[in-house]
Design a protein around this ligand. Structure first.
Ligand SMILES: *Cc1c(COP(=O)(O)O)cnc(C)c1O
Length: 228
């Protein structure tokens, strides 16, 4: 099932890239494996997938030893500072930097273990009360402050668009994200390398690609519905 799902998602990514006049290599697929067992992750690995997204630090810690070393674990969910220890040496990137306090604690932990953690700033583009993330109007200021910290490197922006059955209804948010991304790129802030725009999930990744996503995070479309 995973093999067929991956083929279908891959085809849809390619077609969305073609529609937008973009090359397939410009978009990275992150397979969101939260709540899914390592057997299923291995199956995706066998199909060539190396990038997996997880929401909970403990799941990264638990699954990490069961996959080969060239597996990349993306921390995509809200990260509490007391859980940084589970991911600081295991995650390849944190997509969900959403407060200065978290930035400072990540910085401290990264410096301590001698690594630089790539981070994306989570932006609450639709201003949903239920979501984490920096408000778009505060993003530049936030980035200027976080960019001063050692041990982390800001590499772009991430957003979780509203849940919808109608992908088109998120197009405006993705377009605004791309605009914010380019605006911040143009400021050439020291120690900031805006290269990744993480947006689009199973329900809306094609629209996100058309609007400029460089990373899409697809769970259900690859692994099937989650049972919580
Ligand atoms: C669960 C999750 C996804 C994947 O969602 P699907 O709708 O299953 O593709 C992507 N991003 C984040 C941050 C998530 O928590």
């Amino acid at each position: 099932m995973i093999k067929e799902n991956l083929q279908e998602i891959e085809e849809r990514i390619s077609k969305a890239c073609a529609r937008a006049g973009r090359r397939r290599e410009e978009v990275q697929l992150v397979a969101v494996s939260k709540y899914k067992p390592v057997e299923m992750i291995r199956e995706a690995y066998e199909e060539g997938i190396r990038d997996f997204g997880e929401n909970h630090p403990q799941e990264i810690r638990e699954k990490y030893p069961s996959l080969p070393e060239d597996t990349h674990w993306h921390m995509i969910g809200h990260l509490q500072t007391n859980k940084i220890k589970y991911i600081i040496e295991r995650a390849c990137m944190v997509h969900s930097l959403d407060s200065l306090h978290l930035a400072e604690e990540l910085s401290r932990a990264a410096v301590k273990c001698g690594r630089i953690m790539p981070v994306l700033i989570e932006v609450n583009m639709a201003k949903e009360a239920s979501k984490y993330g920096i408000m778009p109007e505060d993003a530049e200021n936030f980035i200027r402050q976080a960019a001063l910290l050692e041990g982390i490197r800001i590499e772009g922006l991430m957003t979780i668009a509203p849940y919808t059955e109608q992908a088109e209804s998120n197009r405006g948010y993705f377009r605004d994200m791309k605009k914010l991304f380019v605006d911040i790129q143009d400021k050439n802030i020291d120690n900031v390398n805006m290269c990744s725009l993480s947006m689009g999930m199973t329900g809306d990744f094609e629209v996100a690609i058309e609007e400029g996503a460089t990373m899409v995070r697809v769970g259900t479309g690859i692994f099937g519905a989650r049972i919580y």
